[in-house]
Design a protein around this ligand. Structure first.
Ligand SMILES: [Mg+2]
Length: 300
């Protein structure tokens, strides 16, 4: 069935109706609730209001550089004081779950990524081999700020073995920094290895549906129709929501602009329509008036 992208800019009462209809609110982090180390104005209040109104709130991030414990600290530091470990689903955590529960890996995992990714995998009880070895059964690529040619060479050699799995935490091409600068993302490292190995990586993070499987294995009874995915990037967040059958909302505080969503909507390629959000807001702070209305109703 063809999806009919709505791309509707919504405000006060419409946001209220939407929130009333949804039990699970999934947030991307960077560009949605914060920019690096700065919370987006009003975001902490939105998150705590959702929780106060009985909504299940989870955070779904492709950032694989820190273990979940560090995220809890970051949330707290930026004023999100009621976010718990169980609400955080990062691509490194989900990679650990994939290795442990889906492929039930026995043997070493060669990691091209930072310490945060390694720590998350160790938390999942994974035997790891940074330097490599004969028993490597998977190569996992993430954000690696200490990338060397030697690491690429080793990973390429391991992938000559067709039984060695090839996984990527995410496929993000780049990440925004301040002042218009960018940082290459895991996708750029994955692409290098795909070329040298002639293989395609299995992507764990958004837009892969696997992250939702991780969420639904930990929150019983979550139905896609009850879910709203809020993100700032069409190619990851909105496509993830579409792949999972959620309603989707683009917030304009991050990477993607309204014009890009309109181009995808008007595209003749049907596949592009999966990148078009159902709803658009300028910022998630636009939710705040909706809570005031809900609170007024409840006190009357
Ligand atoms: Mg983002």
């Amino acid at each position: 069935v063809a999806r009919c992208p709505r791309l509707t800019k919504i405000r006060g009462p419409q946001i209220r109706n939407l929130l009333e209809a949804k039990d699970f609110i999934l947030f991307d982090c960077d560009g949605v609730i914060w920019h690096g180390e700065t919370a987006i104005t009003g975001a902490a209040k939105v998150v705590s209001s959702l929780i106060r109104h009985g909504k299940n709130v989870v955070f779904v991030t492709n950032n694989c550089t820190r273990p979940r414990e560090n995220y809890v600290h970051k949330f707290y530091r930026l004023g999100f004081t009621d976010v718990m470990l169980e609400q955080i689903f990062s691509s490194s955590y989900c990679s650990a779950l994939y290795l442990r529960d889906v492929v039930k890996i026995r043997g070493q995992v060669f990691v091209m990524g930072c310490d945060g990714l390694r720590r998350e995998l160790q938390g999942g009880g994974r035997p790891l081999r940074g330097g490599g070895g004969r028993d490597v059964k998977a190569v996992l690529v993430g954000h690696d700020d200490k990338l060397t040619f030697l690491k690429l060479a080793k990973a390429s050699c391991y992938l000559r073995d067709p039984d060695c799995l090839f996984l990527a935490t995410d496929n993000d091409p780049w990440h925004p920094l301040s002042g218009g600068r960018i940082l290459p993302g895991s996708g750029s490292l994955t692409a290098a290895l795909e070329v040298s190995s002639g293989r395609k990586a299995t992507v764990i993070g958004k837009p892969s549906r696997f992250m939702f499987e991780c969420i639904s294995s930990q929150f019983s009874g979550v139905e896609p129709a009850q879910c709203l995915m809020i993100g700032d990037r069409l190619e990851t967040d909105m496509l993830f929501g579409s792949n999972c059958g959620f309603d989707t909302m683009l917030t304009l505080t991050g990477v993607s602009q309204l014009e890009e969503a309109q181009e995808y909507r008007d595209s003749e390629l049907a596949a592009n329509h999966s990148l078009v959000p159902d709803y658009v807001v300028d910022s998630i702070a636009d939710f705040l008036p909706a809570f005031e209305e809900l609170d007024d109703e409840q006190s009357n």
